[in-house]
Design a protein around this ligand. Structure first.
Ligand SMILES: Nc1ncnc2c1ncn2[C@@H]1O[C@H](COP(=O)(O)OP(=O)(O)OP(=O)(O)O)[C@@H](O)[C@H]1O
Ligand code: SF4
Ligand SMILES: [Mg+2]
Length: 335
């Protein structure tokens, strides 16, 4: 077991987040909902971000893209895209980066599409914004893109308004808009949560093919560990605004080192455990106002001691790409 070492020098990762904290206003106070988190995404990698509701996933995603809403603010840290500090950019520069290099998709595609404009026109306008100069070629490019992204009957769908489409078709349309410029990074915040399981699988396939074909790195945010294990190379587990564990998906899901990851995995049904009762994590997630300096999982952890309540543990590196933030991690050989 080694203490975390600095990342080796060389080609910068696609995305590097360093010491990021996000505060939210509660009355006169600013309370930290995301606390000193750091992680990276390599080019072409799919990183899953998991954690229960309210742990800070969406605020992290919005902070990466410079889109934090009013009443919230980045209070510390920096975000580097291919070595460039996005936090030092002007609004104009950031808008350019969002248009060309970073794209976002959210849980409710219908809310992100313009309800008054037909789908085909929305895609055509985005193509124009991306610099497609040949106007005569745009309709064919729209249909080709819709076809490529698995939208059946593109000519007919192009004539529809968002409310006339199913949830899955809406999400595909939103993905089409997001990836028109072949972004280097796609941030997908709960993109399939509102969909039925068949459509979920189709959207996961679509994200996988975008990743393979264009080398787009993806931050896939979900509270569903099953979806993350199917799609992602690496996973990052958050709890109460902190990263508590990160590593290759197979290693983290196969041998969770943090007590929270272990409990979270125990709480989902699986074929192997069919017929056995679900494990409920005793206690509840602390309210924002109750976040303290120690390990946020201490009130629910059977192994919690005085030092756990006093300070948040430093990263412990278990393998080159595997970190756990715990004073007494579960090691594979202990299992
Ligand atoms: N605009 C806001 N103003 C005030 N508080 C906010 C705001 N946005 C988020 N929060 C609070 O910050 C915390 C983290 O919220 P966030 O939306 O990032 O959680 P999440 O992990 O995405 O949850 P979910 O899985 O439900 O989407 C929550 O306690 C939430 O209530
Ligand atoms: S740091 Fe302490 S309280 Fe937190 S998970 Fe590890 S043992 Fe439990
Ligand atoms: Mg969210």
């Amino acid at each position: 077991m080694k203490r975390e070492a600095p990342a080796p020098a060389g080609r910068p990762p696609l995305l590097r987040v360093a010491g990021l904290s996000v505060g939210v206003k509660k009355g006169k106070n600013l309370i930290h909902a995301v606390r000193d988190i750091g992680f990276h995404i390599d080019p072409g990698e799919i990183l899953g971000m998991a954690g229960e509701s309210g742990c800070g996933k969406s605020l992290t995603a919005l902070a990466l893209a410079g889109l934090l809403p009013g009443g919230t603010a980045r209070t510390a840290g920096a975000v580097f895209l291919r070595g460039r500090n996005l936090c030092a950019m002007t609004d104009r520069e950031l808008r350019r980066v969002r248009g060309r290099e970073i794209a976002l998709i959210f849980q409710e595609p219908a809310l992100s599409l313009n309800p008054l404009i037909k789908i085909g026109k929305q895609i055509a306008e985005s193509l124009e914004l991306q610099g497609e100069g040949d106007k005569a070629a745009i309709p064919d490019r729209v249909f080709a893109l819709m076809d490529k992204l698995g939208m059946e009957h593109p000519q007919r769908l192009a004539q529809c308004y968002p409310h006339q489409l199913s949830g899955g078709a809406c999400q595909r349309a939103l993905i089409a808009l997001a990836v028109i410029g072949k972004p280097k990074l796609l941030i997908a915040d709960e993109p399939v949560t509102a969909l039925d399981t068949t459509t979920q699988s189709q959207i996961l396939d679509l994200l996988r093919s975008i990743n393979r074909e264009w080398g787009t790195g993806i931050l896939f945010i979900s509270h569903d560990l099953g979806l993350i294990s199917r799609l992602c190379n690496r996973v990052l587990v958050m709890y109460a605004g902190r990263i508590v564990e990160t590593g290759p998906a197979g290693a983290v899901f196969g041998h969770p080192a943090h007590a929270y990851t272990k409990d979270l995995l125990g709480a989902i049904p699986s074929w192997e455990r069919k017929g056995t009762p679900l494990l409920n994590i005793p206690g509840k997630v602390p309210a924002l106002e109750a976040y303290g300096p120690g390990c946020p999982f201490a009130p629910r952890c059977a192994k919690a001691g005085a030092r756990c309540r006093a300070a948040f543990p430093e990263a412990v590196r278990l393998e080159p790409r595997r970190r756990v933030y715990c004073f007494a991690p579960e090691l594979e050989q202990d299992a």
